[in-house]
Ligand binder design. Structure first.
Ligand code: SF4
Ligand code: SF4
Length: 495
């Protein structure tokens, strides 16, 4: 990110924070972060939102719409269901368009609200901060107690606390692994794996244990490193945000001239009587009392007073901490707030309707409109008819020829449907199904084998184009072309 973009506090011009990573010690080891237990208005909102999202995530595999799962991303069988709508392999263009629309939405969202998604909606943060971290606070206490526990030699108390925590972490990871797998293979398949002995579903059992171990490793050890080094979305931040993007921002214009309470009192400045700063000169104090509570609550270990940093996941814990401090010293809240750099500089309300946002909004609206149109107008039935591979033609005594075909009918509606297949071209041909042609259940498919008979006179060579018509209630709803294999033209009798 270039120097003219807001990455430092422009008043202190402090840049030494760039020389180290908070989570790595000078000798290259992991610097374990012990964030203080957050509390406050925004934390309460996040808690409510996260319970709602967790409820949705864990209940999701069991919710069905017209017999289909709410969401199924079965990559192995190439079956995708979004909100009960089945996307077959033939609908890949729609799926691709849906993904593209989501990517543009993420770009738009990030350009406006920065990394808010990371702190408030991302499953990694929600699991970490709202489940695993809470278990840790519950068993080991707040950050000072956790640090002491880790530093003291192993005794009975430490053993009990640590083993209880890790057993709970592993159990929770197992539950999360099962839930994610249910979104991939479906809840019935998962039930079959979980309820049968592991030897009967060895692959499924191994997959669950691998997922569980990965989740356990992430939430017990890797933690904030996912957001700092592994998450690709985090890496995009520096190109997506600009000085108009909303982000958790320290109001340096108001806060700088920071000084600790002790220092202020020594200088005869009552804490509750700190002069309101019009500018951030050195002669008077700013509102920041340098208590570092905003740093202590930060789960990624940064000091937001240095400016927007890649590590900030916009969790707003520092906003809660600072608001509490401001209330206690009789100053207005929002010294750290959700605003843009330009709004802080200009002392105005943040406005994100910049030409760039309008352009993103235009592209997003176009894609969304196109996706909605294609989704609503996609045919009710999709039929694929292919000649049986490896088989040639049959010659019958009455100068007729036959080919085997395989037909797949996909019913994309939610209702059971009867369809009829007719041969449109060439004239004089006939279709015979091997087995009955049954109704197709809603959002489902059936596969049938059939034979097509053509008189010798209808053949145009060893490859004759044929055209099928798919009818519903007597109305033609789709046509499908294929080829009919016959003998060399010299061997065909025309009568
Ligand atoms: S919590 Fe507020 S007052 Fe305390 S150091 Fe951070 S910005 Fe300054
Ligand atoms: S700086 Fe504030 S918002 Fe950003 S990660 Fe730290 S506590 Fe969360």
């Amino acid at each position: 990110m270039s120097r003219d973009r807001y990455t430092i506090n422009p008043i202190t011009e402090e840049e030494s924070y760039r020389d180290f990573v908070n989570t790595i010690t000078e000798d290259g080891k992991r610097n374990w972060i012990y964030p203080k237990k957050p509390s406050g208005k925004y934390y309460n909102y996040r808690t409510i939102l996260s319970w709602f999202l967790l409820g949705f995530l864990f209940a999701g595999p069991f919710i069905t719409i017209n017999g289909n799962p709410l969401i199924l991303l079965n990559v192995l069988e190439r079956k995708f269901v979004l909100f009960g709508l089945v996307f077959w392999p033939q609908d890949f263009y729609l799926f691709f368009l849906a993904m593209l629309t989501i990517v543009v939405f993420v770009v738009l969202f990030t350009a406006i609200w920065g990394r808010l998604f990371c702190g408030w909606v991302c499953p990694q943060t929600i699991f970490m901060e709202m489940l695993f971290r809470k278990i840790e606070y519950w068993i080991e206490g707040d950050f000072q107690q956790q640090r002491k526990l880790n530093e003291k030699p192993l005794d009975r108390d430490k053993f009990v606390k640590k083993s209880t925590k890790h057993v709970l972490f592993f159990a929770l990871s197992f539950l999360i692994a099962n839930t994610f797998l249910a979104y991939v293979i479906g809840v019935e398949e998962l039930q079959a794996i979980v309820t049968a002995p592991p030897t009967e579903h060895l692959t499924g059992f191994i997959a669950i244990m691998i997922f569980t171990t990965v989740f356990y490793g992430v939430f017990s050890r890797f933690r904030e490193q996912v957001c700092l080094v592994a998450c690709p979305y985090g890496r995009f931040q520096s190109v997506l945000v600009d000085n108009d993007s909303l982000a958790v921002t320290y109001d340096f214009a108001r806060g700088e001239g920071r000084a600790k309470v002790k220092e202020r009192v020594k200088e005869g400045d009552l804490v509750t009587n700190i002069p309101k700063k019009a500018d951030a000169g050195v002669s008077s104090y700013g509102d920041c009392i340098d208590c570092e509570l905003c740093v202590k609550v930060c789960p990624t270990g940064i000091d937001i007073r240095n400016g927007i940093q890649l590590e900030c996941i916009n969790c707003t814990a520092c906003m809660d901490a600072c608001d509490d401090v401001m209330r206690r010293i009789g100053k207005p809240e929002k010294l750290i707030t959700h605003t843009s750099y330009n709004a802080v500089v200009e002392g105005t309300k943040a406005s994100f309707f910049t030409p760039r946002i309008v352009a993103y909004l235009g592209v997003f609206s176009l894609l969304l409109g196109l996706f909605t149109y294609l989704l609503l107008t996609r045919p009710e039935v999709n039929t694929v008819i292919l000649r049986e591979p490896g088989l040639l033609y049959n010659e019958l005594p009455d100068n007729r020829f036959s080919n085997f075909y395989n037909a797949r009918f996909f019913n994309k509606t939610f209702n059971e449907m009867d369809v009829e297949l007719r041969l449109l071209q060439p004239a004089g041909g006939e279709i015979q199904f091997l087995g009955a042609m049954e109704p197709i259940a809603g959002q489902n498919q059936i596969e049938r084998r059939l034979m097509v008979f053509l008189p010798g006179g209808a053949l145009t060579g060893n490859q004759t184009p044929v055209e099928f018509g798919i009818y519903r209630n007597g109305e033609l709803i789709q046509t499908v072309r294929s080829q009919f294999i016959g003998p060399e033209p010299s061997r065909i009798r025309t009568n």
